[in-house]
Design a protein around this ligand. Structure first.
Ligand SMILES: [Zn+2]
Length: 306
C-alpha cells in the first residue's frame, strides 16, 4: 500500500482480516471452519484462482492456530505471522515459482516427524501441488502415511485431476467457486487487435498433428508480443481445464481430449506453467510460444505410439 493510501485508510479498517475471501467465495469461510473443527490428514483445495486458494489455506492454518474466541480473528500476533508466512508451525512450499523438489519433501518428513512447536497444529501447505514430480509425490505420500499427531497437509491445485490420483484418494477436497471467465481478473488479458485466439489454437492443433504451419505464424516480425503470448497461454489453460474434467467446451479442448491421455494432459499442464514462468522472467514471447508448441508436438507423438 502506498503511503498516501495508508494515510487515507479509515481507522476502523486498521484491524483488517488478513484472511478475508472475495465475495465470490462467501461459502468457503464456513466450510473452512467446519473442516478445521475436525481437520483431515490431507486437505486439497481446488477451484478459485491461485491467490484465493492460498488465502483459503492460510485461513485454515489460522483456524487451527489462532487462540482468539472467534478464531481465526485475522489480526492477532499468530494470525499476522501466518499471513506473513513466518509462523513457526506453518511450512509453505511453493511449486508455482519452482517445482517442489524431492529433497525438500525428504526434509519435510523430518519436520513432520516432530510434534508442532506451538499449541495448535503444524500445517504444511503446498501451493502449485500439480507441479510435484512423481518422485516427489511418492515421497510426500510416505510422509502422509506416517501421521504424527498435530501435523496436517494442504495441497493447492487448480483441479484435483491435475494431482496424482494416489494423493487425491487419501484426501479431503474443498472446492472453491470456479473462476468466472468474464471476471475482470481474466478479462484483463486482452487479445491484441487483429489477432484471433481460435486461429492460433487451430494452428497449434495443426502443428501438433503435422509438424507444419507454426513457425511461419510466430516468425512474422514483431507479431508475438507479451500480451498475445499471455492471452494465448491463458486460453490454453482454460481449454486444458475443460479437457481434464472431460467437458470440452471448445474445438481445442475436444482436440486435447482426443489426442492426449490424462498423463499427457498433466504434462501439458507443466509445459504451460513453465511457459508462463519463462514469460514472466522476460524470455522472448516468440521463443516461449515456439517452445510450447514444440513440447506439445513431442508429447502428442509419444501419446500416439503408446
Ligand atoms: Zn488470530
Amino acid at each position: 500500500m502506498s503511503n498516501v493510501a495508508a494515510a487515507v485508510q479509515p481507522r476502523s479498517n486498521f484491524l483488517m482480516d488478513h484472511f478475508a475471501l472475495s465475495s465470490r467465495q462467501h461459502l468457503a469461510k464456513a466450510k473452512i471452519e467446519r473442516i478445521a473443527a475436525k481437520p483431515p490428514q490431507v486437505l486439497i483445495i481446488e477451484g478459485g484462482v491461485s491467490v484465493e486458494r492460498e488465502k483459503a489455506a492460510l485461513r485454515y492454518t489460522a483456524a487451527l492456530n489462532c487462540l482468539a474466541d472467534d478464531a481465526p480473528c485475522g489480526h492477532c500476533e499468530i494470525c499476522n505471522q501466518i499471513a506473513e508466512k513466518v509462523f513457526m508451525d506453518l511450512i509453505f512450499l511453493d511449486g508455482r515459482t519452482a517445482s517442489i523438489k524431492v529433497d525438500e519433501i525428504r526434509e519435510l518428513r523430518l519436520k513432520v516427524g516432530e510434534p508442532p512447536r506451538g499449541s495448535g497444529m503444524r500445517v504444511v501447505v503446498m501451493a502449485g501441488a500439480q507441479g510435484l514430480t512423481e518422485e516427489a509425490a511418492n515421497a510426500l505420500l510416505k510422509s502422509m502415511e506416517e501421521p504424527r499427531p498435530g501435523n496436517v497437509f494442504v495441497l493447492l491445485a487448480p483441479q484435483r485431476e491435475r494431482l496424482f490420483s494416489t494423493l487425491v484418494s487419501r484426501s479431503w477436497v474443498l472446492t472453491l467457486a470456479w473462476p468466472d471467465r468474464k471476471e475482470p481478473a481474466y478479462a484483463a488479458h486482452q487479445t491484441p487487435e487483429g489477432e484471433n485466439l481460435d486461429e492460433w489454437k487451430d494452428a497449434l492443433a495443426g502443428f501438433i498433428q503435422s509438424a507444419r504451419g507454426w513457425f511461419a505464424r510466430t516468425g512474422v516480425k514483431k507479431r508475438v508480443d507479451k500480451t498475445l503470448a499471455q492471452a494465448f497461454l491463458l486460453a490454453l489453460e482454460r481449454d486444458l481445464a475443460d479437457a481434464l474434467v472431460a467437458t470440452p467446451d471448445s474445438a481445442f479442448s475436444s482436440f486435447l481430449l482426443s489426442r492426449y491421455d490424462v498423463r499427457g494432459l498433466r504434462q501439458f499442464d507443466l509445459v504451460l506453467s513453465h511457459a508462463q514462468e519463462a514469460l514472466n522472467a522476460g524470455v522472448s514471447p516468440t521463443l516461449v510460444l515456439d517452445w510450447t508448441a514444440t513440447r506439445m508436438f513431442a508429447l502428442g507423438r509419444r501419446g500416439f505410439t503408446a
